[in-house]
Design a protein around this ligand. Structure first.
Ligand code: BG6
Length: 485
């Protein structure tokens, strides 16, 4: 990694929105503070509100302060604020894009920036195509004198067909190498560490397969509800919002074969193979092995249809049909309004034979489990059995623990810092390639179809603060296992 990003202008469409103030500008602030941004750098915000540059700067200063949770040191914020420009207008108005063009030319001249532009589409998904099209028409995507890259927020499509249609629209003006489909989960240190953990250590790889692994559990739990995002969420639901992208990305990192290099294409080639190896679910599989549910009170949330059947919880079992993983169940579970916010992957190894303990009071041996904690308390734990001191042969499960915070003394970042930096340096490794997006949609397509068809069966509900409906327990208990809560 070079120390500084390429000189560029970071252009945000949707610059007055939540994402800009809570994630993008704080991430730029952190990158600048750490010295990762070049001198030749500026930001252009574009949004609807008719305010001037001074007002926009004032608003952002206040909002980034709130997001950081502490006063912004003027010496650190000033370099960003000085380079923060704003243009207002409607995205369907070609005149806006002419203003953008002029503003970019001025900024490049004033700060001697080579004309490299990173466009961030922090706008509702139905505007992705429009903004891309307008940029292309204004000639802003041509790479005659510098690079042009576009970062697209999720969700990338609503299903396989719409994802393909959106891609076709973007590809009219852009090459695949210019499109950065973001998944902020991939920016998380602990998600990236899965690769280091697996491939920089010799002792795990030999047992990372069906001979030694009994099952894998992945949990993405949130204690919060949908907040103010009812309009988006009620159309999406947990399967589209979390499983198809964030969880599948983590799944691919856990299950992929070693890539031949850490280059973007090699890593993504291996990741996509994992998704291709997920066998298509039959209707019966969906009914038996996928559970959807809603938290109690969901249908009274703002902008949610009172008769909504949208799921806020999903639990499912998937297999990966290849030599490494055939027969090993992967249990995925995600939901809102669960007891606590936690994202983790637990790899449970096969139990040791009990024979040795047959004449002792030991009745069962807990399996060894390796837990990769992605958030909040980032770290890795290994559970194993140890003898309880004393004359009897009693065993207890103990834990060997590694904590990022204790070891590296590092503040957990949002994930956006890494991703923005990578996009500014042209590294696509942590971004979705189109075939990965398609493979993700393909894997969930039978579930979406079955749920669409079945408009009558009861959607289970669960009380806020619980681990989901009893049906989710049945799903895993049927296989003789249980959720780690
Ligand atoms: C987003 C989803 O992609 O990820 C949200 O749209 C979810 O619904 C969020 O809350 C979770 O991200 P994190 O980083 O807080 O785990």
């Amino acid at each position: 990694m070079s120390n500084r990003a390429d000189p560029c202008v970071f252009v945000i469409f949707g610059a007055s929105g939540d994402l800009t103030r809570s994630k993008l500008l704080p991430a730029i602030f952190n990158l600048c503070e750490e010295g990762y941004l070049p001198e030749e750098f500026a930001i252009l915000g574009i949004a609807r509100p008719k305010i001037d540059r001074a007002e926009y700067r004032k608003q952002m200063r206040e909002q980034v302060r709130q997001a950081e949770g502490e006063p912004l040191e003027p010496a650190k914020w000033k370099p960003i604020e000085d380079r923060l420009y704003y243009v207002s207008g409607e995205f369907d108005d070609p005149a806006l894009f002419e203003h953008v063009k002029q503003a970019l030319a001025e900024m490049c001249q004033q700060y001697r920036i080579a004309p490299n532009f990173l466009f961030y589409f922090a706008v509702p998904p139905d505007l992705f195509g429009l903004v891309g099209d307008q940029l292309a028409r204004a000639g802003l995507l041509k790479e005659d004198d510098g690079w042009r890259r576009v970062i697209i927020e999720k969700p990338f499509g609503y299903d396989l067909d719409s994802a393909r249609a959106l891609n076709a629209e973007l590809r009219k003006g852009l090459r695949e190498s210019q499109i950065y489909r973001i998944d902020h989960y991939l920016g998380k240190e602990t998600v990236q560490n899965i690769l280091a953990f697996r491939f920089a250590n010799g002792i795990f790889e030999p047992i990372w397969n069906r001979r030694y692994v009994d099952s894998v559990q992945m949990t993405v739990a949130e204690d919060s509800g949908i907040g103010k995002r009812g309009a988006y969420y009620d159309k999406a639901g947990a399967l589209r919002d979390i499983v198809q992208n964030h969880m599948f990305q983590v799944l691919t990192l856990i299950a992929m074969e070693p890539p031949i290099s850490f280059g973007g294409e090699d890593v993504r080639d291996e990741k996509v193979r994992v998704l291709h190896a997920v066998p298509p679910l039959s209707r019966d599989d969906v009914v038996r092995h996928v559970v959807r549910a809603q938290y109690e009170g969901y249908t009274s949330e703002a902008n949610v249809d009172p008769k909504s059947r949208t799921e806020t919880f999903v639990a499912m079992r998937v297999f990966i049909d290849n030599w490494r993983w055939a027969g090993v169940p992967f249990y995925l579970r995600t939901g809102k309004r669960l007891p606590r916010r936690v994202t983790e992957v637990a790899v449970e190894f096969k139990r040791a034979p009990l024979m040795l303990f047959r004449d002792t009071p030991v009745r069962s041996l807990s399996p060894n489990t390796l837990i990769l904690r992605i958030q909040p308390d980032e770290g890795i734990s290994l559970c194993f059995n140890a003898k309880v001191p004393g004359p009897f042969k009693r065993l207890e499960t103990v834990t060997m623990d590694f904590s990022y915070a204790k070891y590296f003394d590092a503040e957990p970042a949002t994930g956006y810092e890494t991703l923005l930096f990578d996009a500014m340096t042209g590294d696509q490794t942590l971004f979705h390639r189109m075939d990965m997006v398609e493979a993700g949609w393909q894997a969930v397509a039978p579930i979406l179809e079955e749920w669409k068809r079945d408009t009558r069966s009861r959607i289970p509900t669960y009380p806020a603060g619980s681990w989901g409906p009893p049906e989710a327990d049945v799903l895993i208990e049927r296989d003789g296992r249980e959720w780690r809560n």
